[in-house]
Design a protein around this ligand. Structure first.
Ligand code: MG
Length: 338
């Protein structure tokens, strides 16, 4: 039962007493249901005070207020047992570059995250940060627009070991990118600490559809990756039911997200066990070891040997790789006919 997650929030204008009552009610609900809080975050984008951003706003009072709001929220996240703290800077950007210098914005963002990392260390909280990227909406252009940008930015922080990423399907697809590739890069960098699952058609508004609702095959390769590598974080659905739905429809939506994930997990196991698919993969990746002595880590002899080697370029180009067959077999497996 403890594997399910939930979140709480209190109004921005709540008095300390109201805030305490809401948190107490929430804690009681956690105890009653066995739900846990794996992540926490701060809303630094809805209130008009943040219309020009939070950590990157031009007004120093807004930047300080954003820090104050986040410090308070981090305290609650730690109190509720969250292990990951997500940052989505919904207003960290511009409509016109006349308004803000992007280099200044990066420096302000870094200063805020360094401040907050040091606060977490000071308090002794067991909390890591996960940065979530988005290219645009609700601003014309947002800073650190993709997961790749975030990964590069993290290396410039004072405590890079405390900071990873929270890629969201829709946000990367809005940028026209391959979400699975971005997730794989984050994983390879040891930075995939959280994930937001939903779905999105390219070129549309931020749809946040039910997981797998639009790009089933992309969702399949994503799930297969998460399961194959043993991703141990939350499978977090940051999505919304269609606005056409009543309460039953919203439940269908929530069930649908989870069912599609689990069905694709089952399909992944079938794909890995499919003899024909695996034989094709073995053939595609065949390696007789002949070139191993000349490749891998650099050595002067290897460079000399490679320069002297004769390659049959025509034969290399003439070889068919069988990817059409491999992809069709994948489609047939997903369509349920194998
Ligand atoms: Mg999200």
């Amino acid at each position: 039962m403890a594997s399910t997650s939930t979140t709480t929030t209190w109004p921005i204008d709540a008095t300390p007493a109201e805030r305490d009552r809401i948190v107490a009610d929430f804690k009681a609900a956690l105890r009653e249901t066995g739900l846990v809080v794996p992540m926490a975050t701060t809303n630094l984008f809805t209130d008009p005070a943040f219309k020009d951003g939070a950590f990157t706003a031009n007004d120093p009072r807004v930047r300080a207020y954003a820090l104050q709001k986040t410090l308070r929220s981090i305290d609650l996240g730690a109190e509720l047992g969250a292990k990951v703290y997500v940052f989505w800077g919904g207003r960290e950007g511009v409509e016109t570059d006349a308004a803000k210098d992007p280099v200044t914005a990066i420096k302000r963002n870094r200063e805020a995250l360094d401040f907050l990392c040091n606060y977490v260390i000071d308090q002794g909280y067991d909390l890591r940060f996960a940065l979530e990227a988005k290219p645009n909406e609700p601003r014309g252009d947002m800073y650190n627009a993709t997961t790749g940008h975030m990964l590069a930015f993290i290396t410039t922080l004072e405590h890079p070991d405390m900071v990873g990423v929270n890629p969201e399907v829709a946000h990367e697809q809005m940028a026209g990118l391959n979400f699975f590739h971005n997730v794989a890069q984050a994983w390879e960098a040891g930075k995939l600490w959280h994930i937001d699952l939903n779905d999105q058609a390219f070129g549309r508004y931020d749809q946040d559809f039910r997981f797998g609702a639009v790009n089933l095959k992309s969702a399949f390769f994503l799930v297969k990756f998460l399961e194959d590598v043993g991703y141990a974080g939350s499978r977090h659905f940051d999505a919304h039911a269609y606005r056409t739905e009543d309460t039953e429809g919203v439940k269908e939506f929530a069930r649908g997200c989870m069912r599609t994930y689990l069905i694709l997990k089952d399909k992944s196991a079938r794909w890995n066990a499919d003899a024909e698919i695996q034989a094709l993969l073995a053939e595609i990746n065949a390696d007789n070891g002949f070139l191993t002595p000349l490749t891998g880590p650099y050595a002067p002899d290897k460079a000399r040997g490679l320069k002297e080697m004769t390659f049959d370029r025509i034969a290399l180009g003439a070889r068919g790789l069988g990817y059409e067959r491999l992809d069709q077999l994948t489609n047939e497996l997903l369509l349920g006919v194998r």
